[in-house]
Ligand binder design. Structure first.
Ligand code: ZN
Length: 273
């Protein structure tokens, strides 16, 4: 099988990874804006098992998007109108070699020049990029890169899944849409499903074949005594979801001790050398 290679171009990747991380560390600070993502009726976005574009990808896109939108409204406009040559969004699109109409060209079409540009123009331009331009593609590429970094951080994954679990926990079967019922086992609990091979491989590699709690080798390659268990970081029983970001590798023993409890995931990682 050919490896699945993705290009990593690092355009403000750490900046956004840091923001996502901070938000997950202290979600109550941001609760109002996060409601658009985690809000009440959004549970439907979390019930389908193991989408390849994980919920964390979605969340990262959501965060980049809201930051872009805020920037478009405020600081960036000012600095742009004071002589900065390009908008942030243009720099990003350029970095990823995506084709787009520059703001200058866009203004020309509207018979305006930069000195006449106002905040509303920037917002309109931005909207055009969103609906007709490569903005979606940009979000996809950026979220893929930021995911690449954050997927290594089990603590962040746990916090993220914890927030989602509140949505699932609250759901009573009789208030669900008919088509969502098959995903649930009972009130507030999603059904257990087979963990796809691609999820198993990703988690096995991320956790380097070691139990994420006691670091025992469970790859079956060095010590054949034991093969790892794929464990839901936030257990299904308390609202955990079936998502690649909610799975970790545990040894038999740690898995048994944990059972349906939400035990903090380990923050220990093997050094590169
Ligand atoms: Zn263990």
């Amino acid at each position: 099988m050919r490896p699945n290679i993705s290009e990593i171009r690092y355009f403000e990747t750490y900046y956004f990874a840091n923001i996502v991380n901070n938000i997950l560390n202290d979600p109550f600070e941001y609760l109002r804006s996060l409601n658009d993502f985690f809000g009440d009726e959004n549970y439907v976005n979390f019930i389908e098992p193991f989408p390849k574009v994980s919920r964390l990808h979605d969340f990262i896109s959501f965060i980049i998007d809201s930051i872009n939108y805020d920037d478009t409204k405020e600081a960036e406009n000012e600095s742009f109108l004071n002589g900065k040559r390009k908008l942030w969004i243009e720099l990003a699109l350029e970095h990823y070699e995506l084709e787009y109409d520059s703001f200058q060209d866009w203004l020309k079409e509207k018979d305006k020049n930069i000195s006449q540009a106002i905040d509303d123009d920037i917002a309109d331009y931005f909207r055009d990029l969103m609906f007709y331009g490569p903005y979606e593609e940009l979000l996809e590429k950026m979220s893929e890169e930021i995911f690449f970094i954050l997927f290594l951080n089990r603590q962040t994954l746990q916090r993220f899944n914890q927030l989602i679990s509140h949505q699932i926990q609250d759901k009573e079967l009789d208030e669900l849409n008919q088509e969502d019922l098959p995903y649930f086992r009972k009130n507030g609990v999603l059904k257990r499903v087979n963990i796809p091979k691609w999820v198993q491989r990703a988690v096995l590699h991320r956790d380097r074949g070691m139990c994420a709690s006691c670091n025992k080798d469970v790859s079956g390659q060095i010590s054949i005594g034991e093969i790892g268990n794929f464990d839901h970081i936030i257990p299904l029983a308390i609202g955990g979801i079936n998502d690649v970001t909610n799975i970790q590798l545990l040894c038999e023993n740690c898995n048994k001790t944990k059972q349906a409890k939400n035990i903090p995931t380990s923050i220990k990682y093997e050094k590169w050398y």
